[in-house]
Design a protein around this ligand. Structure first.
Ligand code: EPU
Length: 337
């Protein structure tokens, strides 16, 4: 175990902002993580995954642990189902491709989402009509204060829209070391309900898509709409799509008849935050080195020289504008640290 001092995290966050970790180490196994936790005396460490859903706004004074716990395996197959276990430090998209290569389905709609497998349950990643929670089986996590290994099933994770217990009561208390998924090995449930996917497949003349076709379509859509963090720093959607109670939605629709909206099963109505931000006039705008992406207003980008505080300042201006125009306060989806 080697603990380094004053390490730049610029290469470890997809916004590409400069921030230092006072202390930094990488762990490659659960045992190594437990050893670090046993020996470290400087307060609860901060766990870093792929750095693709955080905005660093200052120096991290304690210990940052990069989760590099790897390994992927099919742990069981039965009746057309398959169970896959992966280390928390595995890259999510590589895991998706690995499963597709083995004919396993269920996560093709979640192709090309940046970040690690261990981070996927924390914010219950989702895209194109599929949520991580739908394929989740179980996870193992190490409690940072004690080093104890705990297992969490679906109920215990309390998944919600871009939410889980690890973003709420257990925020910062656990390091997710292993994730197990339940996938389909046959009779895949192809999900092309999302408009963009259907349009892309129709355009290619594909009427009976395979899981591979869906994955390729998702990759094409994402690449066309979302900036590649290697080229333009960003963390995907910066805000969550607000879900309004029916009464509030009716009032909004009276005032803005064109409002884009998606009714939810429980009666509430989801409004795309990207639409709100665009209508508030921010799409393609810049504030210093930070900006609101020209093709997707929900994505804030670093044009090169922005600091975390610059991006946060832009986010706050956007939140204020949307609140003034629509009476809706946008919640951040990205973890601001
Ligand atoms: N829209 C606009 N202007 C914009 C962007 C969007 O008017 O600049 C409107 C359009 O009407 C569009 C609708 O919003 O049809 C929905 O846009 P999009 O399909 O791009 O999806 P989104 O709601 O903006 C969500 C997720 C994305 C996920 C996509 C696809 C959240 C916060 N974001 O975005 O997730 O990839 O759906 O399923 O739920 C992420 O979490 O980082 C992320 C990228």
């Amino acid at each position: 175990m080697e603990i380094q001092e004053n390490i730049s995290l610029k290469a470890y966050n997809t916004f590409g902002v400069e921030a230092n970790a006072r202390y930094f180490t990488e762990v490659h196994s659960t045992e190594e993580l437990q050893e670090v936790l046993r020996k470290w005396r400087g307060g609860r460490p901060f766990i870093l995954g792929g750095g693709s859903n955080i905005l660093l706004t200052g120096q991290l004074e304690g210990l940052v642990i990069k989760n590099n716990i790897r390994g992927k395996a099919i742990t069981g197959k039965k009746g057309g189902r398959a169970w896959v276990s992966a280390g928390g430090g595995e890259n999510w998209h590589e895991l998706v491709l690995w499963c597709l290569d083995r004919g396993l389905g269920g996560i093709e709609n979640l192709s090309l989402i940046p970040g690690t497998t261990g981070a996927a349950p924390i914010q219950n990643i989702g895209a194109y009509g599929c949520e991580f929670s739908e394929v989740f089986h179980q996870l193992e996590a190490v409690e940072m204060d004690t080093g104890a290994i705990h297992s969490f099933g679906k109920e215990a994770c309390r998944f919600g829209y871009r939410d889980s217990i690890f973003k709420q009561e257990l925020r910062g208390l656990y390091c997710i070391t292993r994730v197990s998924l339940e996938l389909t090995a046959a009779n895949h449930r192809i999900n092309t309900a999302y408009g963009d996917i259907r349009r892309t497949l129709d355009g290619q003349g594909i009427t009976e898509p395979t899981i591979h076709d869906v994955s390729r379509a998702v990759i094409a859509i994402r690449s066309g709409k979302l900036p590649d963090p290697k080229v333009l720093g960003n963390s995907g959607s910066f805000f969550k799509n607000p879900e309004l109670p029916p009464e509030q939605f009716r009032r909004l629709q009276q005032q803005f008849p064109d409002v884009v909206h998606y009714p939810l099963e429980d009666g509430r109505v989801k409004i795309p935050a990207g639409w709100l931000v665009e209508q508030a006039g921010w799409k393609g705008k810049r504030l210093g080195g930070a900006g609101c992406y020209e093709k997707q207003a929900l994505v804030l980008v670093n044009y090169g020289q922005a600091t975390g505080r610059d991006i946060l300042a832009l986010a706050e201006r956007v939140q204020q504008s949307v609140e003034e125009k629509f009476g809706i306060w946008l919640e951040t989806e990205v973890n601001v640290i």
